[in-house]
Design a protein around this ligand. Structure first.
Ligand code: CTP
Length: 389
């Protein structure tokens, strides 16, 4: 499956370094070319000889071992299709976030233009440190794929979050990025709840966090697609972000991108109504016990897109608090979209602000696929796979 793919594995100085020997074998079994680069500290945990024999390639450690005219870090960066840094220590994460290039691994990372997966592993207190969390946020905003550590018994004797995630997770992530068939397609994705002003200080909105739309955008971007995220939530990413507020603004932005899009995914929670006469001044309290706001219907962005679509695949979401599948079946007919992703917002363990979701994907021909509860990134990958089949 990975035959001919060039995978660069960067190992830093943490105890989980020994596990990477098995990861190299997993890629080699699929006929991938693997090159390994280590920080000097990584060699305290695993030997160069082991890594060389498993990868069947020389292992890079020193920056100035230059066998040809091209500086070592540039040739490593040019050759690989993907880079995986595992385990990534707090130190290396922070250096990469600051652009520090003080060894071969950090220099390669700085010069690397293709997807990078970072799998951190460290003591749980280091993981929770605000400096490390801030640096990870920085890396995610620049397009690095962070595979969070797992909780459990740590080699340092502590119990908590910090164990390297499973090798299967790292392998699956890399394989999904390397083998996706849809590279170069344009995805327009909406995220977050729209904000409908009442007056300059008040608004009507909903609890949507925008996490599902962001996960879809991140996953498809990592697979080499062109992404435009139209969002009501502030976010920094290496792909195109259009920040909007109201349903009307969202519709204008979506329409401007629609013609050139291959996929439109409406993950946003668009307000069905907005205030009819929004006040330019703050509405003052009166002696009356009640206040009546008149609302008018917002355009149904998804439905209008479905009416005018030509080559595009249009995907809607369906947030329901009861009768999920009955309502979803009705909704896909009413809207006319190619796929509808139904999720139950009444459950506390999935949906709106959670990092997890569980969805049923309906297609226009009556087909249904359930994706069991998983992280929003995994659900996003599942959705992308189905809509690309
Ligand atoms: N949607 C839209 N424009 C609207 C309302 C919703 O484009 N004015 C889109 C959402 O982004 C989502 C889908 O339509 O992809 C379904 O949204 P949902 O809120 O579940 O359904 P509604 O059409 O609003 O119907 P209801 O609120 O009655 O369930």
């Amino acid at each position: 499956m990975l035959s001919g793919k060039n995978i660069l594995i960067g190992i830093t100085g943490g105890i989980a370094a020994y596990k990477i020997c098995e990861l190299i074998r997993m890629f080699k079994r699929q006929n991938a070319n693997v090159r390994v680069v280590c920080t000097p500290n990584a060699l305290n945990f695993v030997t160069k000889l082991t890594l060389r024999n498993l990868s069947q390639n020389e292992v890079g450690v020193e920056e100035f071992d230059i066998p040809d005219f091209k500086p070592e870090h540039i040739s490593y960066a040019d050759e690989a299709d993907i880079m995986i840094i595992a385990p990534a220590t707090a130190n290396t994460i922070s250096k990469i976030a600051s652009g520090i290039c003080d060894n071969l691994l950090t220099s390669i990372t700085c010069a690397f233009k293709k997807p990078v997966i970072i799998a951190p592993a460290m003591n749980c207190n280091m993981w929770e440190s605000p400096a490390i969390q801030e640096n990870l946020k920085k890396l995610a905003s620049r397009g690095y794929k962070i595979l969070e550590p797992e909780s459990g018994f740590l080699a340092c004797g502590y119990e908590g979050k910090g164990r390297l995630c499973s090798l299967e997770k790292i392998y699956d992530e890399a394989a999904s990025i390397l083998t996706t068939k849809t590279k170069g397609k344009k995805y327009v994705i909406t995220a977050g709840g729209t904000i409908e002003d009442i007056d300059p200080v008040r608004y009507i909105s909903n609890y949507s966090s925008g996490k599902m739309g962001l996960a879809l955008a991140d996953e498809t971007y990592h697979c080499g697609n062109d992404v435009t995220l139209i969002t009501t939530v502030d976010v920094t990413r290496p792909y195109k972000i259009i920040k909007v507020k109201s349903a009307i603004e969202m519709q204008e932005a979506v329409n401007a991108e629609f013609e050139t899009a291959d996929f439109i995914i409406m993950a946003a929670a668009v307000a069905d109504y907005r205030v009819k006469n929004k006040s330019d001044q703050k509405i003052k309290k009166t002696n009356d016990d009640t206040l009546t706001l008149e609302l008018v219907k917002n355009p149904d962005i998804l439905k209008e897109l479905c009416n005018k679509k030509t080559h595009q695949t249009v995907v809607g979401f369906c947030a329901e608090s009861e009768n999920l599948l009955t309502n979803a079946k009705e909704k896909i007919q009413k809207k006319g979209c190619d796929y509808l992703i139904a999720n139950d917002i009444s459950r506390k363990d999935i949906g709106f602000s959670s990092d997890y979701n569980e969805v049923t994907i309906l297609d226009k021909n009556g087909g249904m696929i359930k994706l069991e509860r998983a992280s929003k990134s995994e659900i996003a990958r599942g959705i992308l796979k189905v809509i690309n089949e």
